[in-house]
Design a protein around this ligand. Structure first.
Ligand code: 9MR
Length: 494
């Protein structure tokens, strides 16, 4: 049944791709890597999903009226973020009067194309109606909680995640002054997260901000906040790195920064990727953009716990950049006529696809050692590497949707000596079947499973951790694996 559904979705996407090609009169140019993306070329969402990841885009209501954009969006991307339609100025423009029509239309589109939805955003100082910003301080908390509860309840069970609070920091890492922080201090963030969790327990709850992609004062502010929220038991599942870059300026510390957040026990998502340059675009800048995009994708893929990448808009005609930064544009993977640019080919390559006419290489970011994923069909090696039993602790993070899930597993060597070569055995819940894994070889695909190290992560020092993950199908039970043992010795969990 699941296979039939997937086949049906593939057929629907192929038809949409043909419609796109015909609409643009581009059929003759439909060659891999240089033709209309989504027609014969590699499909970003398929490549990302095969890596246990996703590739998303933002869509606005007006995009839904553009058949070129909808065909491309529904073909290439598997996650949608509404560009404006779930923001406070749309959803509650006057006190207590809610309008979910625009957001509902985005959700319907997503469902029709088997895409997940990142809800965006419940609490933000911008696109905030003046009735909220003018409220007396004593009334702000109730208004905020009512807004969150009403909106998150409306979309309950339908969203993959919520950007609960958007852009809460100043550039120096201090908390932004706005109507919420004025009324409640920094506690408004914990209150917003708790209110969102109560309204929609299945949505992953995120804080989202820009200029936090690399190590620095602003990301330190976010790091300290997340650390403190975790220690207080406040529900937070992830941090969104917006990733609005200027060409050539992707921070070299991006991977390290993703790693430090995931080490706190939260996911990271690249939520609004674009990479602007002066227009008209030069060939050199377009090539640099390809490198930048590949670096971002590779940084995310290299860290288990970085769940996926979303671009802000489908193509250059849909981008917010020209309206916000005079003289700049060309910030996405698709040009003014929705032809894929070098950045698209670089992303295909980074995701393990084949862009045979790729005009640009896709190097790993400096300092990155992006591991190659292990083939799903690899049997467990006959000579399991071991260095004797090991004391260990395991934590798991599952992201589940309809019939699929990804699970990221972090193993900590709690013993006094290094482990050199490891196999972690565990039991998958009934109905789960692994179809892809990264950072380890996982075999067999169901039942009692062994995850064996790759060469690059064979050694785990005393007190050190390593992570791997897998994608699996499920038949209703998306619970995490249980019964972990490292080199034959049972691990604690948590
Ligand atoms: O893409 C959005 C654009 O249409 C709006 O005019 C703009 C108004 O602030 O918001 C844009 O989206 C923003 C997102 O919600 C939060 N991060 C920055 C994005 C670009 O401004």
């Amino acid at each position: 049944m699941a296979a039939q559904l997937r086949a049906a979705h593939r057929r629907a996407r192929a038809l949409a791709a043909l419609a796109l090609a015909a609409a643009g009169g581009l059929l003759a140019a439909a060659t891999v890597g240089s033709g209309p993306a989504g027609a014969a070329g590699p499909v970003l969402r398929d490549l990302a999903e095969a890596k246990g990841s996703y590739f998303g885009t933002a869509l606005t209501q007006s995009d839904l009226n553009n058949s070129t954009v909808t065909a491309l969006a529904g073909t290439q991307f598997d996650v949608v973020t509404p560009g404006n339609e779930m923001k406070w100025d749309t959803t509650e423009s006057s006190a207590g009067n809610f309008n979910f029509g625009p957001g509902d239309r985005i959700v319907s589109f997503a469902k029709a194309h088997s895409m997940r939805v990142r809800g965006h955003t419940l609490v933000w100082h911008s696109q905030l109606p003046s009735w909220v910003s003018n409220l007396p301080a004593a009334q702000v908390k109730a208004a905020m909680e009512n807004h969150i509860t009403t909106e998150a309840t409306h979309y309950k069970g339908q969203l993959y995640s919520w950007d609960v609070v958007n852009e809460p920091f100043n550039e120096d890492g201090t908390l932004r002054t706005d109507v919420f922080s004025n009324a409640m201090g920094s506690g408004y963030i914990a209150d917003a997260l708790r209110t969102a969790r109560a309204a929609d327990p299945s949505a992953k709850l995120y804080l989202n901000d820009y200029n936090i992609e690399g190590l620095g004062a602003k990301s330190d502010g976010m790091y300290q906040l997340v650390s403190s929220l975790k220690s207080q038991g406040v529900p937070i599942d992830g941090v969104g790195f917006e990733s609005h870059f200027i060409v050539g300026q992707v921070p070299s510390s991006m991977k390290a920064n993703i790693q430090r957040f995931t080490a706190l026990g939260v996911n990271v998502a690249i939520t609004e990727l674009d990479d602007r340059m002066p227009v008209p675009a030069s060939a050199a800048n377009l090539a640099q953009q390809a490198t930048d995009y590949a670096n971002v994708v590779n940084s995310c893929l290299a860290v288990s716990g970085c769940v996926g990448v979303s671009q802000w808009g489908v193509g250059d005609p849909d981008s917010w950049i020209p309206g916000a930064f005079s003289g700049y544009g060309a910030a996405t993977m698709y040009d003014d006529t929705y032809q894929p640019k070098a950045a698209y080919n670089a992303v295909v390559t980074a995701l393990g696809g084949n862009s045979s006419s790729s005009p640009s290489p896709s190097p790993s970011p400096s300092g990155s050692s992006s591991p190659s994923p292990s083939p799903s069909s690899s049997p467990s090696p006959s000579s399991s590497p071991t260095s004797g039993g090991a004391a260990c602790r395991v934590s798991t993070q599952v992201n589940a949707w309809n019939t699929g899930l990804t699970e990221n597993v972090t193993v900590t060597n709690t013993g006094a000596t290094a482990v050199n070569g490891w196999q972690l055995t565990f039991t998958l819940p009934a109905g789960q079947t692994v179809n892809n894994a990264w950072n380890a070889t996982v075999s067999p695909a169901s039942g009692t499973v062994g995850a064996t190290n790759l060469a690059y992560n064979a050694s785990v020092p005393a007190g050190g951790s390593t992570g791997f993950g897998f994608q699996a199908t499920h038949t209703g039970n998306a619970a995490p694996a249980t019964g972990f043992a490292l080199n034959g010795v049972a691990c604690t969990t948590g």
